[in-house]
Design a binder for this molecule. Structure first.
Ligand code: DHB
Ligand code: FE
Length: 317
């Protein structure tokens, strides 16, 4: 059985990618940011997940005003870095995990979360910067396959925090009904507080960010009740990216171990936030009888849902 062992929250500030690509990581301004991720890279190197699910947002690179999927799951074999105006970033092509991605799509959709399936997609700084922060800057390949989940937080209406949290739970059920023994880490990315245009450009609200991180760790349900307007008012227009962290959190145990946290301001216009949360049950492999039974029950529900779907489909033809 596959298992989500941990969640990672990370900002995706594009200037961090530019600092890496242009050899500026030792400059004092950037060293302050990168040094906060040294422990995280060591944690990731030790954790060695088999697959990473990266919840992120596209910034009009793969999608545009022509098409705005709320939740788009990358089911392709690979995802090249997007050209965001300065040529594609010099990072390896992201390799996918089409079999697990297809399983998640099926499980989550039959669980009544209507994802968009994407079989061709380029990925921008929203995905590649958090990857760099946790995996470093590899030359040829990233250390594990990645399933990107793009969330619309660019055009109104983005999904609610509650919907994100519940989707996280559905993703967990999907992962746990996948038969292969895979250790999966899920990323929630974006944020934290920032506003990049208008009269409030440059807004950063450290107090609000820190309370978000505290609740993410200890009382995530409280965060699911935050309305969009509060994100906008307190964390700036782009602070709405933070709802993506709730997908990651929903996929974890109710009680988790916070193993690391880092927060610094500013990087570009943005507060940089980062957290690593481990599931308490992470070490137990093979899975406990209880969770195996739960996953089997979910598998049976899926099989039943598939049968119904097939009956409806064949009636219609
Ligand atoms: C900035 C931050 C973002 O999250 C983004 O997507 C673009 C720019 C910034 O701080 O400049
Ligand atoms: Fe952004």
């Amino acid at each position: 059985m596959a298992k989500i062992i941990a969640g990672v929250g990370s900002s995706h500030v594009p200037a961090i990618g530019a600092a890496l690509d242009n050899g500026k990581t030792e400059e004092p301004y950037w060293k302050r940011v990168f040094s906060g991720f040294e422990k995280s890279k060591a944690w990731m190197a030790e954790t060695k997940p088999d697959v990473a699910i990266v919840v992120y947002n596209d910034h009009a690179s793969a999608f545009s005003m022509e098409m705005i999927p709320t939740f788009a799951l990358g089911c392709a074999a690979e995802f090249p870095p997007a050209d965001e105006g300065w040529g594609p970033r010099p990072v390896p092509v992201v390799k996918g995990h089409p079999a697990l991605a297809a399983h998640i799509a099926q499980s989550v959709i039959l669980d009544e979360f209507d994802l968009t399936i994407v079989n061709k997609m380029e990925v921008d700084h929203g995905l590649t910067v958090p990857m760099n922060l946790l995996f470093g800057q590899p030359k040829d390949h990233w250390p594990c396959p990645v399933i990107p989940l793009a969330v619309n937080v660019v055009m109104y209406p983005p999904p609610t925090g509650h919907r994100c949290y519940m989707l996280g739970k559905a993703i967990r059920r999907a992962v746990e009904s996948y038969p292969e023994d895979l250790r999966v880490v899920i990323f929630g990315t974006g944020g934290l507080s920032h506003q990049i245009s208008g009269p409030r450009a440059g807004l950063i609200n450290s107090k609000w960010d820190k309370s978000f991180l505290d609740n993410l760790s200890k009382d995530p349900k409280k965060l699911t009740r935050i309305p969009h307007l509060e994100y906008m008012r307190e964390a700036g227009a782009e602070g709405i990216e933070m709802v993506m962290w709730l997908i990651m959190r929903g996929a974890l145990d109710d009680k988790v171990d916070e193993v690391y946290r880092f927060y610094t301001v500013p990087a570009s216009n943005t507060a940089v936030g980062h957290i690593i949360l481990e599931n308490k049950s992470k070490g137990k492999r093979p899975s406990t009888a209880k969770s195996a039974a739960k996953s089997k029950a979910h598998g049976r529900r899926l099989a039943a849902a598939r049968k119904t779907t097939h009956r409806i489909a064949s009636k219609g033809t």
